[in-house]
Unconditional design. Sequence first.
Length: 174
Amino acid sequence: MKNNAFRVFLSSVALVMLGACSSGVKLNDQPPVSDTSSTTGNGTDSRAVPTVNATGDDLNNPNSPLAKRSVYFDYDSFVVKDDYRGLISVHARYLQTHAGAHVIIQGNTDERGGSEYNLALGQKRAEAVRKALSLSGVADSQMEAVSFGKEKPKALGHDEASWAENRRADIVYQ
């Protein structure tokens, strides 16, 4: 309970900070879900995510569709591509059948751009995935969206391949 209160506090602080900082940079105003190509920023085809009736053990099984927990984004975008509908559906079904499960959706960006801008973009990415899960029937009480901006890179390089790996939202089960 104390841990949940702390998460809510951190989320509130992040939202207040994001609302207070206006960088003058306009993020794209595209809807959170759109039609795009079938490959992700990291070169994989996420439409290949099969549907399953997942169990709690599937969360720890590296061969389970639930093992894929990152939604990748194009540069300077927070639009969830159609490529990720299968991935989001698998997680949505799991969350719907496990009412006690809770996820934190962590929005991330690549290293380019200022801290304020990247925190805002990371939050928009996390919120876009949260909204997609919500539209798939997941209860809002099971989800929380936070931004790490550029502070939690997956890849440490300074090239397009590394940046593509870092433009993501991670679904983290608690």
